[in-house]
Design a protein. Structure first.
Length: 400
């Protein structure tokens, strides 16, 4: 299938427009990473505590942030995750301890900040743990269980917690909802000692600072190793200049993608690094297709200049580029639009990378190849002329 029949577009003639675009955006991204937003690392890399919160109704980000500020929880990052109707929010805190106390500290900080009502002497049924609930029931003993109180109320407490978290997705609308998992006498006792807030903390996760630093190092090494491996492969498969041009193009794609994330202050997580490695491979594959056609045409069209050969090669692969890049872009765009908040960073990196990777194969890697060959040719001619006798050099100048 072909979109274009015998296209004859002068791609190299338009290279300066795209080189200027790359220079502007690369510079803006580097300045942002150095002076403005820096590299906005996610909790995976900087370390911290992730608190997953489920709300009974649609959450308001501004109200949540204001509640965090009032409670003294500074620099908390708030983002939606899951389907919009699930009313779920992910809050990241800069609590970097890796102990059980840190888990409780992160959860308690969120609970204190978000509780708009706090009935004196009562606990929040939506955020109570198994042990606290069991202990309360044992003390009240509404079923008069006697010696079996600990075991029996342990089972009831587990049933209530499981019903809340698994059936109701973490939020009781009222204490009476526990009646589906507990006897009426237990529910009556709970109503005396518990109330229900409009949210529940579903889960708490911690990434320690040492783990975050290790992940940073591994992500950087993975990117550098992939570029080095591709350079070596193209060196043996083509020539060193082909590999260098392709690697520079991939490095250019990576810088612009990271710069875009820094400019919009979008967190970079492990999934974003996975997307960047994916786009490096995609961009390299597209570049190899163009380079392979250039190498074939160089052998067939010996009398044409390298610029004409490169232009012809790009035109010959244009339909393939539009098909593969266009379909891939539609896929990742759908993922970006409908994939949800959890995949937002991953899909955004792919959307940017597909666009940048496609044009860099044409307007970055190919012009580099032509510029190097022209420079090498000019250097060779100067070297030959320097070795000739002076009279012969003068004749050559006259003929020229």
């Amino acid at each position: 299938m072909e979109f274009f029949r015998n296209p004859n577009i002068n791609f190299l003639g338009k290279k300066w427009y795209f080189l200027a675009f790359s220079l502007i955006f690369s510079t803006a991204g580097i300045l942002s990473m150095l002076f403005w937003h820096h590299i906005p690392l996610g909790v995976d890399f900087r370390g911290g505590t992730l608190v997953y919160v489920k709300f009974a109704g649609p959450p308001n980000d501004n109200q949540i942030r204001a509640a965090m500020d009032r409670a003294g929880v500074r620099d908390a990052r708030i983002q939606r995750y899951g389907a919009a109707g699930n009313n779920e929010v992910l809050i990241s805190l800069d609590l970097k301890e890796t102990s059980e106390q840190a888990l409780d500290q992160g959860k308690n900080s969120i609970v204190r900040a978000l509780q708009t009502q706090n009935e004196a002497g009562k606990q929040d049924l939506n955020n109570v743990g198994y042990s606290s609930l069991q202990q309360y029931l044992v003390e009240k003993d509404p079923l008069h269980a006697g010696l079996d109180a600990s075991q029996r109320y342990g089972q009831i407490a587990r049933a209530i917690i499981d019903y809340r978290d698994k059936t109701l997705d973490g939020v009781f609308k009222s204490v009476a909802d526990a009646g589906s998992a507990a006897p009426p006498a237990v529910v009556d006792s709970l109503q005396q000692g518990f109330f229900t807030s409009n949210f529940g903390v579903r889960n708490v996760e911690i990434v320690g600072p040492q783990v975050g630093q290790q992940l940073q190092k591994q992500a950087l090494l993975a990117t550098l190793y992939s570029l080095a491996g591709m350079l070596v492969y193209l060196w043996f498969r083509f020539e060193l200049i082909y590999g260098a041009a392709a690697v520079v193009a991939c490095f250019h794609d990576t810088i612009i993608t990271l710069g875009a994330f820094s400019l919009i202050n979008q967190e970079i997580s492990l999934t974003v690094i996975a997307a960047i490695l994916t786009l490096i491979g995609y961009s390299m594959n597209d570049t190899i297709v163009v380079f392979d056609r250039i190498r074939e045409n160089v052998k067939l069209l010996r009398r044409e200049s390298l610029s004409d050969v490169v232009n012809r090669s790009i035109n010959q692969t244009l339909s393939r580029t539009v098909l593969t890049s266009g379909l891939t872009f539609l896929t990742v765009l759908s993922l970006f639009l409908f994939g949800g908040e959890v995949l937002h960073g991953f899909s955004l990196a792919l959307v940017i990378g597909i666009i940048i990777g496609t044009y860099s194969s044409i307007f970055i890697a190919s012009p580099m190849l032509v510029a190097y060959q022209d420079w090498r040719g000019a250097r060779t001619r100067k070297s030959v002329q320097a070795k000739l006798p002076e009279t012969r050099r003068e004749k050559m100048k006259i003929k020229a």
